[in-house]
Design a binder for this molecule. Sequence first.
Ligand code: HEM
Length: 243
Amino acid sequence: MPVTPEPISRSTPEADLESSVSWQTTLSLFLAAVLGAALALWILPHWLPALFSDIAAQKAYWHLARSSGIVAYLLLWVSTALGLLITNRMARAWPGGPTTFDLHQFASLLALGFTAFHAIILLGDEYIGYTFLQILIPFAATGYKPVATALGQIAFYLAAIISFSFYVRNRIGRRAWRTLHYASFLIFLLITVHGLFAGTDTATLWPLYLASAASILFLTLYRILITRIQKPHFTHTPKRSTR
Ligand code: HEM
């Protein structure tokens, strides 16, 4: 029996998905990360001076900055991959569009929190010696790897814009929102270069950067191919002869 092909939906699969994370939750998560960093930087050293009096404290800030940077990177990788799984429709097989969408959003919001912590906790690292303004403004810091650091800062601002744009999606229009989302590819590129060139652990972490970049490339190519294959083909019907 001939199998009738499923009609191709022309609406994008993500267009109808709704967020289950309110902007208040997003803001609380972000503020919690900032407060956590402030607590580690200013309150704990005053509260427990003995613990923070020696060189171990310096190393603690360094370790905290590196580990939170790596967690932020992993989360942004996962978030980018999940976003692609939605648009290339692989997520339909498992675990389903809405679940993937929620995971995608949670991962990107958590990444923002970890990145805020990653940047602020660097204020405790005397070797790097950043000021608060240098943390905020790309290229303002000239001491420690300024270009590689600036790429991370730009990625953070772009990621924040994309994550928060969800809450104004209906105002700016879905088309503009989707166009904005294309910056995710740039963000992934920026954080990969940032991690590779700013980090202390590049020598041991390069397999992670390689694997993550390869997986994003694969999912992107798959998405491009699937979009081309699923585009409705308009066959040329020759005009009937008037003979
Ligand atoms: C989405 C944004 C960001 C991500 C995913 C990210 C991720 C990372 C990763 C994975 C590392 C490498 C850790 C290592 O190998 O030791 C790193 C290092 C670093 N990041 Fe970021 N980062 C981001 C934003 C920022 C921002 C906003 C700053 C602001 C100043 C910053 C400053 C640094 C510095 C100075 C290092 C070197 C730390 C060290 O190894 O001593 N990053 N980051």
